[in-house]
Design a protein around this ligand. Structure first.
Ligand code: ATP
Ligand code: MG
Ligand code: MG
Ligand code: MG
Length: 563
């Protein structure tokens, strides 16, 4: 590619509103431009990287036996009614109508579509297992899109769905995806951890792992062992820890009747409290009834929306210190009851987990899916003193716990029969009995992965692409395009490198040398070859982006030098 014609507008200044390195560099190096809040266009350089990552994903998914297909971005709302998620999913789901008034959604994920697609086809055990994936644009109306493509509204995801005859089959499919994900992120040059991300550690079912790229700008916190493979999302680490330490649920609670109160709004006005106080609240099962203990005193929280209906049959008010004591001493449900758009789901789930004797474990899932539109909400608000801490012994008995920030780039999830049962996706087993398909789903944020790579691979001058995902292999600079010797040698090397199979970006612009070096560092291609003053002697300069030293190389030696 000749840079003089290449559409790669660069910027010198740090773009306004771009807080983290990857966002700044993607804008400065001309990889992306914002089209609307949380919606981005990929320029040629950005698209090349995206395709490199896509290709790695595709190779590893195919190697794991998955098959690629492509599903639509626009999905009929009826499918979401069938699964029951139309009301559950909340405002992240973008809804629209066609000219006939029919309801549609912009797909934030594709469990519904894929289940409807296979339910008439995968009807016999002989056709299973099957794993289908796509690389496709998702839309989530994120409350706070930020950090560029790191958390955008429209983004590229690889989503895969496995279909098995039973749990044993699902275990295998899950393991295959887990291994494929490790290969994918390793090939992308990322330093990552696969972390437990659900109550699976407690109950042994519903296993899910998040693939976290370690980075200070990550929005998640992970707890990991410094000597073993143990790693968990901090939420899970805390819940497991709490579960092990907690005594019997406290049952004797003083109740306040709340006659006629059904919604959070009614509840807060009945109690004359600020809705935000519900953030620090505890739900107990006392005499088979949910009891909500609400914080009476002041409590500072972020801007969190309180809405919708909730049924809490009995309520008790408490001082902040008392709440903290209760939280420290019981296995009740801890959490921000009432901050969801979907409070009923939250409370139902909480009631179930508490009555099952599992303290609040599922809440984390709900918590991420429905509760916190703002994830920077401090977990410490739960009363950190009682949770797992840095330096504690690891739960697996090996080493000590360390905390780190992580960027969630991938997620593998055992769905079981949730969707196949709700949407009637059955197969006939060997004995002719009808059974629901056993499903797993596996996502990778392709665009977020690009941002995560830049977070881990940059310096003050620009991006440092790992070779496997670099948009070009070599940046070839002709320092002075007015000099015939330089131009001729540059053109000759350009042709020869391409003949050897290298993808080369030739800087043939009429710019000063300083500008070219600056942009080369910003673009971050793995190898830079400079044709300058020594062109007349057939000597060029070679420098790798990662190491700063420059070497002079006779042109004839280039091929052996580059392999
Ligand atoms: P997050 O916790 O960051 O909101 P999620 O858990 O909602 O992500 P999943 O439903 O697990 O996301 O989707 C699979 C993958 O899609 C995620 O692991 C992440 O890499 C990516 N992803 C999710 N939301 C976004 C987004 N708004 N922008 C870019 N990538 C995203
Ligand atoms: Mg998540
Ligand atoms: Mg999300
Ligand atoms: Mg996730």
């Amino acid at each position: 590619m000749r840079q003089a014609q290449f559409f790669s507008p660069t910027r010198r200044d740090i773009p306004q509103g771009a807080e983290i390195a990857s966002h700044q560099l993607m804008l400065r190096a001309g990889l992306i431009r914002q089209t609307a809040a949380g919606v981005y266009s990929y320029l040629p350089l950005g698209l090349k990287v995206l395709k490199k990552v896509e290709n790695i994903i595709k190779e590893e998914m195919d190697r794991a036996g998955a098959q690629q297909l492509l599903m639509p971005a626009v999905q009929p709302a009826e499918l979401w009614e069938e699964s029951g998620r139309l009301s559950d999913y909340g405002p992240e789901l973008m809804r629209l109508k066609d000219r006939h008034g029919r309801d549609f959604v912009l797909g934030p994920t594709h469990e519904e579509v894929i289940t409807s697609l296979v339910r008439d086809e995968l009807n016999s055990y002989k056709k299973l297992p099957v794993n289908l994936y796509q690389i496709q644009t998702k839309y989530r109306d994120e409350r706070r899109p930020r950090f560029g493509v790191f958390r955008s509204r429209e983004f590229l995801m690889k989503d895969a769905y496995s279909f098995d005859v039973d749990e044993g089959g699902l275990d295998k499919s899950y393991q295959q995806m887990y291994e494929a994900y490790k290969r994918i992120f390793t090939r992308c040059g990322l330093n990552f951890r696969a972390v437990q991300a659900d109550a699976g550690a407690i109950g042994g079912t519903g296993a899910t792992h998040e693939f976290m790229v370690l980075s200070d700008v990550g929005e998640d916190t992970i707890a990991y062992s410094d000597t073993s493979d143990y790693a968990a999302n901090i939420e899970i680490a805390k819940v497991v820890d709490m579960y092990e330490k907690a005594p019997e649920p406290q049952k004797a609670m003083e109740k306040i009747d709340t006659p006629g109160v059904k919604t959070i709004d009614e509840l807060t006005s009945y109690l004359s409290i600020d809705p935000k106080q519900l953030l620090k609240s505890v739900l107990f099962i006392a005499d088979d009834e949910p009891v909500l203990v609400v914080c009476r005193g002041d409590h500072e929280v972020n801007d969190v929306k309180v809405a919708n209906a909730c049924q809490v049959s009995a309520v008790r008010l408490a001082e902040p210190e008392e709440i903290e004591a209760i939280m420290g001493a019981s296995a009740g449900f801890i959490g921000p009851i009432g901050v969801s758009e979907n409070v009923k789901v939250l409370v139902d789930q909480a009631v179930k987990t508490v009555s099952d004797g599992v303290c609040g474990a599922n809440m984390n899932d709900v918590h991420y899916q429905h509760v916190y539109p703002t994830r920077d909400f401090p977990v410490e608000a739960y009363g950190d003193y009682r949770f797992i801490q840095e330096g504690d012994p690891s739960p697996d008995g090996k080493g000590n716990i360390r905390f780190a920030k992580g960027i969630e780039v991938g997620h593998v999830f055992k769905l079981g029969t949730k969707y196949s049962e709700a949407m009637n996706a059955h197969y006939l087993d060997e004995n002719g009995r009808e059974k629901p398909l056993v499903m797993g789903c596996y996502g990778i944020g392709v665009s977020r992965t690009v941002a995560a790579i830049i977070e881990q691979h940059h310096d003050e001058h620009g991006i440092i692409w790992p070779t496997a995902v670099a948009p070009f292999d070599i940046h070839l600079l002709i320092l002075n395009t007015k000099n015939d010797e330089q131009t001729q040698l540059g053109e000759q090397i350009y042709q020869e490198l391409q003949q050897h199979g290298y993808d080369v970006l030739l800087d043939d612009r009429k710019e000063r040398a300083g500008v070219k070096f600056h942009d080369a560092d910003l673009f971050g291609l793995p190898v830079r070859i400079t044709v300058g003053k020594k062109a007349k002697d057939g000597i060029v300069e070679v420098k790798t982006r990662r190491q700063r030293q420059v070497e002079e190389v006779p042109v004839g030696d280039l091929p052996s030098y580059l392999v």
